[in-house]
Design a protein around this ligand. Sequence first.
Ligand code: PHE
Length: 352
Amino acid sequence: MNLEQIKQSAFKEIEESRDLKSLEGLRIKYLGRKSQLVEILHSLKDVPLNQRQKIGPVANVLKKELDELIKNRKAELREDEGSKKIDLSRPAQKISRGHFHPLTIAEEKICRIFLTMNFSVVEGPEIENEFYNFDALNIPPNHPARDLWNTLWLKTRTDADKTQIDADKTRTKADSVRENLGRNQRQSALLLRTHTSPMQIRYMETHQPPFQIIVPGRVFRYEATDASHEINFYQVEGLMVGSRVSLANFKFIIETFLKKFFGPNIKFRFRPSYFPFVEPGLEVDVWFKDKWLEVMGAGMVARKVFDAVRYNPDQVQGFAFGLGLDRLVKIKYNLPDIRLLYSGDLRFIKQF
Ligand code: PHE
Protein backbone atom coordinates (compact mmCIF):
# COMPACT_ATOMS: atom_id res chain seq x y z
CA MET A 1 0.00 0.00 0.00
CA ASN A 2 1.19 3.49 -0.73
CA LEU A 3 0.75 6.36 1.66
CA GLU A 4 -2.50 7.48 0.08
CA GLN A 5 -3.99 4.00 0.43
CA ILE A 6 -2.80 3.73 4.01
CA LYS A 7 -4.42 7.05 4.77
CA GLN A 8 -7.75 6.12 3.25
CA SER A 9 -8.12 2.76 4.92
CA ALA A 10 -6.86 4.06 8.29
CA PHE A 11 -9.26 7.00 8.31
CA LYS A 12 -12.16 4.75 7.40
CA GLU A 13 -11.40 2.07 10.00
CA ILE A 14 -10.74 4.54 12.80
CA GLU A 15 -13.95 6.38 12.05
CA GLU A 16 -15.87 3.10 12.16
CA SER A 17 -14.25 1.69 15.30
CA ARG A 18 -16.90 0.90 17.92
CA ASP A 19 -14.95 0.39 21.12
CA LEU A 20 -11.66 1.25 22.81
CA LYS A 21 -10.26 -2.23 22.37
CA SER A 22 -10.61 -2.34 18.59
CA LEU A 23 -9.31 1.24 18.41
CA GLU A 24 -6.16 0.12 20.21
CA GLY A 25 -5.83 -2.66 17.61
CA LEU A 26 -6.00 -0.03 14.87
CA ARG A 27 -3.38 2.09 16.59
CA ILE A 28 -1.00 -0.87 16.57
CA LYS A 29 -1.92 -1.70 12.98
CA TYR A 30 -1.27 1.82 11.63
CA LEU A 31 1.24 3.34 14.03
CA GLY A 32 2.83 0.39 15.81
CA ARG A 33 6.47 -0.54 15.38
CA LYS A 34 5.63 -3.05 12.63
CA SER A 35 3.10 -0.89 10.81
CA GLN A 36 3.61 -0.03 7.17
CA LEU A 37 3.82 3.65 7.89
CA VAL A 38 6.57 3.28 10.46
CA GLU A 39 8.39 0.91 8.16
CA ILE A 40 8.26 3.48 5.37
CA LEU A 41 9.61 6.14 7.74
CA HIS A 42 12.44 3.82 8.81
CA SER A 43 13.41 2.94 5.27
CA LEU A 44 13.68 6.59 4.19
CA LYS A 45 17.37 6.63 5.01
CA ASP A 46 17.98 4.05 2.28
CA VAL A 47 16.10 5.80 -0.54
CA PRO A 48 17.65 8.38 -2.87
CA LEU A 49 17.58 11.97 -1.71
CA ASN A 50 15.09 13.30 -4.26
CA GLN A 51 12.55 10.58 -3.31
CA ARG A 52 13.25 11.04 0.39
CA GLN A 53 12.43 14.74 0.09
CA LYS A 54 9.12 13.88 -1.53
CA ILE A 55 7.96 11.02 0.71
CA GLY A 56 9.41 12.16 4.05
CA PRO A 57 7.19 15.16 4.73
CA VAL A 58 4.04 13.41 3.47
CA ALA A 59 4.67 10.38 5.71
CA ASN A 60 5.38 12.56 8.71
CA VAL A 61 2.22 14.58 8.20
CA LEU A 62 0.21 11.38 7.88
CA LYS A 63 1.66 10.05 11.13
CA LYS A 64 0.64 13.22 12.94
CA GLU A 65 -2.85 13.09 11.41
CA LEU A 66 -3.35 9.49 12.49
CA ASP A 67 -2.13 10.24 16.00
CA GLU A 68 -4.61 13.07 16.26
CA LEU A 69 -7.45 11.08 14.77
CA ILE A 70 -6.96 8.16 17.16
CA LYS A 71 -6.74 10.51 20.14
CA ASN A 72 -10.05 12.17 19.25
CA ARG A 73 -11.83 8.91 18.52
CA LYS A 74 -10.60 7.55 21.83
CA ALA A 75 -12.12 10.49 23.69
CA GLU A 76 -15.43 9.98 21.90
CA LEU A 77 -15.55 6.28 22.71
CA ARG A 78 -14.67 6.92 26.33
CA GLU A 79 -17.59 9.24 26.64
CA ASP A 80 -19.94 6.71 25.05
CA GLU A 81 -18.82 3.94 27.37
CA GLY A 82 -19.19 6.18 30.39
CA SER A 83 -22.79 7.01 29.55
CA LYS A 84 -23.59 3.33 29.01
CA LYS A 85 -22.85 2.77 32.73
CA ILE A 86 -25.68 5.09 33.81
CA ASP A 87 -28.74 2.91 34.22
CA LEU A 88 -31.63 5.22 33.46
CA SER A 89 -34.19 2.67 34.61
CA ARG A 90 -32.97 2.90 38.21
CA PRO A 91 -35.26 4.75 40.65
CA ALA A 92 -34.07 8.25 41.48
CA GLN A 93 -32.08 8.64 44.67
CA LYS A 94 -33.95 10.46 47.39
CA ILE A 95 -32.40 13.75 48.43
CA SER A 96 -31.80 13.57 52.15
CA ARG A 97 -32.70 16.78 53.89
CA GLY A 98 -31.96 17.72 57.47
CA HIS A 99 -34.78 18.07 59.97
CA PHE A 100 -35.50 19.45 63.41
CA HIS A 101 -34.44 17.71 66.58
CA PRO A 102 -37.28 15.83 68.34
CA LEU A 103 -37.09 18.28 71.26
CA THR A 104 -37.54 21.21 68.87
CA ILE A 105 -40.43 19.45 67.13
CA ALA A 106 -42.14 18.85 70.48
CA GLU A 107 -41.50 22.40 71.70
CA GLU A 108 -43.08 23.84 68.57
CA LYS A 109 -46.06 21.56 68.88
CA ILE A 110 -46.58 22.60 72.50
CA CYS A 111 -46.29 26.29 71.63
CA ARG A 112 -48.85 25.90 68.84
CA ILE A 113 -51.33 24.21 71.16
CA PHE A 114 -51.05 26.95 73.78
CA LEU A 115 -51.20 29.69 71.14
CA THR A 116 -54.62 28.35 70.11
CA MET A 117 -55.68 28.85 73.76
CA ASN A 118 -54.57 32.48 73.61
CA PHE A 119 -51.26 32.09 75.46
CA SER A 120 -48.22 34.14 74.40
CA VAL A 121 -44.73 32.65 74.13
CA VAL A 122 -41.89 34.48 75.91
CA GLU A 123 -38.32 33.54 76.77
CA GLY A 124 -35.85 34.37 79.52
CA PRO A 125 -32.13 34.16 80.34
CA GLU A 126 -30.37 30.86 81.08
CA ILE A 127 -27.95 32.62 83.41
CA GLU A 128 -30.08 33.78 86.32
CA ASN A 129 -29.40 35.13 89.75
CA GLU A 130 -30.42 33.88 93.14
CA PHE A 131 -33.12 36.50 93.47
CA TYR A 132 -35.17 35.41 90.46
CA ASN A 133 -34.37 31.71 90.66
CA PHE A 134 -35.06 31.41 94.41
CA ASP A 135 -35.77 34.39 96.70
CA ALA A 136 -38.64 35.97 94.79
CA LEU A 137 -40.18 32.51 94.42
CA ASN A 138 -40.42 32.22 98.19
CA ILE A 139 -37.29 30.12 98.54
CA PRO A 140 -35.05 32.17 100.86
CA PRO A 141 -31.39 31.26 101.53
CA ASN A 142 -31.01 28.27 103.82
CA HIS A 143 -34.58 27.21 103.10
CA PRO A 144 -34.56 23.41 102.90
CA ALA A 145 -36.57 23.59 99.67
CA ARG A 146 -33.43 24.82 97.90
CA ASP A 147 -32.24 21.23 98.07
CA LEU A 148 -34.98 20.35 95.58
CA TRP A 149 -32.87 22.09 92.97
CA ASN A 150 -29.22 21.03 92.93
CA THR A 151 -27.76 24.19 91.57
CA LEU A 152 -24.81 24.96 89.31
CA TRP A 153 -23.48 28.22 90.77
CA LEU A 154 -21.29 30.55 88.73
CA LYS A 155 -18.19 32.25 90.10
CA THR A 156 -19.15 35.67 91.40
CA ARG A 157 -17.94 39.09 90.34
CA THR A 158 -17.16 38.24 86.75
CA ASP A 159 -17.70 40.64 83.87
CA ALA A 160 -20.98 38.91 83.21
CA ASP A 161 -21.97 39.73 86.77
CA LYS A 162 -21.24 43.43 86.23
CA THR A 163 -23.26 43.52 83.01
CA GLN A 164 -26.13 41.89 84.87
CA ILE A 165 -25.83 44.51 87.61
CA ASP A 166 -25.94 47.37 85.08
CA ALA A 167 -29.03 45.86 83.53
CA ASP A 168 -30.61 45.57 86.96
CA LYS A 169 -30.16 49.31 87.65
CA THR A 170 -33.00 50.05 85.29
CA ARG A 171 -35.40 47.82 87.18
CA THR A 172 -36.58 50.12 89.93
CA LYS A 173 -39.50 47.91 90.80
CA ALA A 174 -37.22 44.91 91.33
CA ASP A 175 -34.98 47.10 93.48
CA SER A 176 -37.77 48.00 95.84
CA VAL A 177 -38.91 44.40 96.07
CA ARG A 178 -35.40 43.44 97.02
CA GLU A 179 -35.38 45.99 99.79
CA ASN A 180 -38.71 44.65 100.98
CA LEU A 181 -37.26 41.20 101.13
CA GLY A 182 -34.24 42.54 102.99
CA ARG A 183 -31.86 41.32 100.34
CA ASN A 184 -29.50 43.19 98.17
CA GLN A 185 -29.72 41.83 94.68
CA ARG A 186 -26.45 43.52 93.80
CA GLN A 187 -24.82 40.72 95.72
CA SER A 188 -27.17 38.12 94.32
CA ALA A 189 -25.04 35.24 93.08
CA LEU A 190 -25.27 34.07 89.53
CA LEU A 191 -26.31 30.55 88.62
CA LEU A 192 -27.61 28.49 85.73
CA ARG A 193 -31.38 28.55 86.14
CA THR A 194 -32.64 25.35 87.70
CA HIS A 195 -36.14 25.87 86.32
CA THR A 196 -38.05 28.28 84.07
CA SER A 197 -40.02 29.66 87.03
CA PRO A 198 -37.80 32.79 87.41
CA MET A 199 -39.56 34.04 84.27
CA GLN A 200 -42.78 34.18 86.28
CA ILE A 201 -41.16 36.94 88.34
CA ARG A 202 -39.49 38.71 85.41
CA TYR A 203 -42.76 38.75 83.48
CA MET A 204 -44.96 39.92 86.35
CA GLU A 205 -42.49 42.70 87.21
CA THR A 206 -43.00 44.19 83.78
CA HIS A 207 -46.63 43.35 82.95
CA GLN A 208 -50.05 43.74 84.52
CA PRO A 209 -52.72 41.01 84.56
CA PRO A 210 -54.74 39.59 82.97
CA PHE A 211 -52.35 37.57 80.81
CA GLN A 212 -51.39 34.01 80.02
CA ILE A 213 -47.90 33.02 78.89
CA ILE A 214 -45.73 30.01 78.31
CA VAL A 215 -41.94 30.05 78.58
CA PRO A 216 -40.01 27.28 76.85
CA GLY A 217 -36.34 27.01 77.78
CA ARG A 218 -33.30 25.08 78.87
CA VAL A 219 -32.62 24.45 82.54
CA PHE A 220 -29.66 23.01 84.43
CA ARG A 221 -29.23 20.81 87.49
CA TYR A 222 -26.18 19.46 89.23
CA GLU A 223 -27.38 15.87 89.35
CA ALA A 224 -26.48 12.30 88.60
CA THR A 225 -28.04 11.27 85.30
CA ASP A 226 -30.28 8.29 84.58
CA ALA A 227 -32.93 7.30 82.04
CA SER A 228 -35.24 10.11 83.18
CA HIS A 229 -32.70 12.70 84.42
CA GLU A 230 -30.16 14.85 82.61
CA ILE A 231 -27.78 17.56 83.82
CA ASN A 232 -29.55 19.91 81.46
CA PHE A 233 -33.02 19.53 80.04
CA TYR A 234 -35.97 21.58 78.83
CA GLN A 235 -39.04 22.93 80.56
CA VAL A 236 -42.06 24.85 79.45
CA GLU A 237 -43.32 27.18 82.15
CA GLY A 238 -46.93 28.32 82.11
CA LEU A 239 -48.46 31.27 83.96
CA MET A 240 -51.99 32.61 83.83
CA VAL A 241 -52.99 35.51 86.07
CA GLY A 242 -56.29 37.37 86.22
CA SER A 243 -59.08 38.35 88.50
CA ARG A 244 -60.95 35.04 88.41
CA VAL A 245 -58.41 32.37 87.62
CA SER A 246 -59.02 29.09 89.43
CA LEU A 247 -57.66 25.59 89.77
CA ALA A 248 -60.57 24.44 87.60
CA ASN A 249 -59.22 26.64 84.79
CA PHE A 250 -55.83 25.01 85.25
CA LYS A 251 -57.28 21.53 85.05
CA PHE A 252 -59.21 22.36 81.90
CA ILE A 253 -56.19 23.91 80.17
CA ILE A 254 -53.92 20.99 81.04
CA GLU A 255 -56.48 18.37 80.08
CA THR A 256 -56.98 20.10 76.72
CA PHE A 257 -53.24 20.36 76.24
CA LEU A 258 -52.48 16.72 77.06
CA LYS A 259 -55.25 15.43 74.81
CA LYS A 260 -54.07 17.58 71.91
CA PHE A 261 -50.44 16.60 72.44
CA PHE A 262 -50.83 12.86 73.03
CA GLY A 263 -54.28 12.11 71.62
CA PRO A 264 -57.69 11.73 73.33
CA ASN A 265 -56.89 8.43 75.06
CA ILE A 266 -54.01 9.68 77.20
CA LYS A 267 -54.29 8.61 80.83
CA PHE A 268 -53.20 11.20 83.39
CA ARG A 269 -53.82 12.29 86.97
CA PHE A 270 -53.44 15.29 89.27
CA ARG A 271 -51.67 14.60 92.56
CA PRO A 272 -51.07 16.93 95.55
CA SER A 273 -47.47 18.09 95.93
CA TYR A 274 -45.35 20.89 97.33
CA PHE A 275 -43.48 23.81 95.78
CA PRO A 276 -42.75 26.96 97.84
CA PHE A 277 -44.15 29.28 95.15
CA VAL A 278 -47.60 27.69 94.82
CA GLU A 279 -50.42 26.98 97.22
CA PRO A 280 -51.95 24.49 96.80
CA GLY A 281 -49.29 22.66 94.82
CA LEU A 282 -49.74 19.63 92.62
CA GLU A 283 -48.07 17.39 90.11
CA VAL A 284 -49.37 15.85 86.92
CA ASP A 285 -48.51 12.24 86.07
CA VAL A 286 -48.97 10.43 82.77
CA TRP A 287 -49.47 6.68 82.52
CA PHE A 288 -46.49 5.24 80.62
CA LYS A 289 -45.34 1.63 80.39
CA ASP A 290 -47.42 0.42 83.37
CA LYS A 291 -46.26 3.26 85.61
CA TRP A 292 -47.14 6.84 86.49
CA LEU A 293 -44.45 9.18 85.16
CA GLU A 294 -44.34 12.72 86.54
CA VAL A 295 -44.44 15.30 83.76
CA MET A 296 -45.15 18.61 85.47
CA GLY A 297 -45.27 20.57 88.71
CA ALA A 298 -48.00 23.14 89.15
CA GLY A 299 -50.30 25.00 91.50
CA MET A 300 -51.98 28.29 92.34
CA VAL A 301 -49.47 31.15 92.55
CA ALA A 302 -48.60 31.77 96.23
CA ARG A 303 -49.50 35.10 97.84
CA LYS A 304 -45.85 35.69 98.70
CA VAL A 305 -44.95 35.56 95.01
CA PHE A 306 -47.59 38.20 94.22
CA ASP A 307 -46.16 40.26 97.08
CA ALA A 308 -42.71 40.05 95.54
CA VAL A 309 -43.95 41.53 92.26
CA ARG A 310 -46.27 44.06 93.94
CA TYR A 311 -49.52 42.53 92.80
CA ASN A 312 -52.39 42.64 95.26
CA PRO A 313 -53.06 38.99 96.24
CA ASP A 314 -56.61 39.91 97.23
CA GLN A 315 -57.38 41.08 93.70
CA VAL A 316 -55.64 38.56 91.45
CA GLN A 317 -55.22 34.84 91.28
CA GLY A 318 -53.19 32.72 88.98
CA PHE A 319 -51.93 29.28 88.24
CA ALA A 320 -48.43 28.26 87.22
CA PHE A 321 -47.00 25.07 85.87
CA GLY A 322 -43.64 23.79 84.69
CA LEU A 323 -43.66 20.81 82.39
CA GLY A 324 -40.69 18.65 81.55
CA LEU A 325 -40.31 18.66 77.79
CA ASP A 326 -37.93 15.68 77.73
CA ARG A 327 -40.40 13.57 79.68
CA LEU A 328 -43.20 14.40 77.25
CA VAL A 329 -40.94 13.46 74.34
CA LYS A 330 -39.97 10.25 76.13
CA ILE A 331 -43.61 9.25 76.42
CA LYS A 332 -44.68 10.41 72.98
CA TYR A 333 -41.93 8.54 71.16
CA ASN A 334 -41.63 5.70 73.64
CA LEU A 335 -37.94 6.34 74.34
CA PRO A 336 -36.08 4.07 76.74
CA ASP A 337 -33.76 6.89 77.90
CA ILE A 338 -33.89 10.69 77.65
CA ARG A 339 -30.09 10.83 77.45
CA LEU A 340 -30.45 9.66 73.83
CA LEU A 341 -31.79 13.12 73.07
CA TYR A 342 -28.40 14.66 73.88
CA SER A 343 -26.15 11.92 72.53
CA GLY A 344 -25.78 13.43 69.04
CA ASP A 345 -26.09 9.87 67.72
CA LEU A 346 -27.41 10.12 64.15
CA ARG A 347 -28.76 6.57 64.20
CA PHE A 348 -31.17 7.87 66.83
CA ILE A 349 -31.81 11.38 65.50
CA LYS A 350 -32.54 10.17 61.96
CA GLN A 351 -35.57 8.21 63.16
CA PHE A 352 -37.63 11.37 63.63
N1 PHE B 1 -40.39 24.94 88.77
C1 PHE B 1 -40.84 23.66 89.25
C2 PHE B 1 -39.75 22.63 89.02
O1 PHE B 1 -38.88 22.85 88.25
C3 PHE B 1 -42.11 23.24 88.58
C4 PHE B 1 -43.26 24.14 88.88
C5 PHE B 1 -43.53 25.22 88.06
C6 PHE B 1 -44.06 23.89 89.99
C7 PHE B 1 -44.60 26.04 88.35
C8 PHE B 1 -45.12 24.71 90.28
C9 PHE B 1 -45.39 25.77 89.46
O2 PHE B 1 -39.72 21.58 89.60
